[in-house]
Design a protein around this ligand. Structure first.
Ligand code: ADP
Length: 237
């Protein structure tokens, strides 16, 4: 699983002024990793995340997802791409308040035309995966923030996408609850045999420290790109 960005640019015209949200970004992202994108406000983090999720298109440059260009897809192809290939996790969870936890998890499959009765067991299995098997019938309002975010992570996994995009997933959680969510995201990125990738935008230095690679943006460019060397388990030190 590889995503390659080649000289990606995205500009906005604001009040007659050109804002370069992304100003020539080259990156190669590999599966099996948990990547954080950091940088000051306005650096282009959200723009980059939106492009990776085909929520937006670049003005120029290429975005190759498994070698296939996704930057220039039409609306319909973009939304098909999102449905199959991407799971989204948001700062404010974006759960539907009138639906139970398992129904929220099932939503991507329901939108894909699968019947409710057919997806229940899969949704509950995913809730078990995020340690909420005993909360399947609870509504979001009956869950804590950390639990709501774990439901959102389970929902992101419903279509078993290779790419999970998380926008400030710990931004609305206290540090302990946030740490549990980060651990879960790392787990998902490192799922053996899955070749999945988790990309997270964050303001939180501690959150970034829990990832395998931190890409720092500044003024729409990659300012630094730091990979943590992953030691094989059992290696001393
Ligand atoms: P970050 O997520 O790092 O805070 P953004 O990607 O949201 O940065 O924004 C990068 C720059 O692009 C900012 O200057 C922002 O004002 C501008 N920008 C982003 N989205 C839009 C938009 N839809 N319309 C106009 N300007 C935008």
């Amino acid at each position: 699983m590889t995503i390659e960005l080649r000289d990606v640019r995205r500009e906005y015209l604001v009040g007659g002024q050109l804002v370069r949200a992304l100003d020539g970004v080259d990156l190669v992202l590999e599966g099996g990793g948990f990547v954080s994108i950091v940088g000051p406000s306005g650096a282009g983090k959200s723009t980059l995340l939106h492009l990776l999720g085909a929520l937006d298109s670049p003005d120029s440059g290429e975005i190759l997802f498994q070698g296939k260009e996704i930057g220039s897809l039409n609306d319909e192809a973009q939304s098909r791409f999102r449905r199959k290939q991407v799971g989204f996790v948001f700062q404010f969870f974006n759960l539907l308040p009138t639906m139970s936890a398992w129904e929220n998890v099932a939503i991507p499959k329901l939108l894909d035309g699968v019947r409710m009765s057919k997806v229940k067991s899969d949704a509950i299995a995913l809730l078990e995966r995020v340690e909420l098997g005993n909360r399947a019938e609870h509504r979001p309002a009956e869950l804590s923030g950390g639990q709501m975010q774990r439901v959102a992570v389970a929902r992101a996994l419903m279509m078993d996408p290779p790419l999970i995009l998380a926008d400030e997933p710990t931004g609305n959680l206290d540090s302990r609850t946030g740490a549990a969510v980060l651990e879960l995201l790392a787990d998902i990125a490192h799922d053996e045999g899955r070749d999945r990738m988790v990309v997270m935008v964050t303001h939180d230095v501690n959150a970034a420290e829990s990832t395998d690679r931190t890409i720092t943006l500044r003024d729409g460019r990659v300012q630094s790109d730091a990979k943590v060397e992953v030691l094989p388990t059992g290696t001393p030190g």
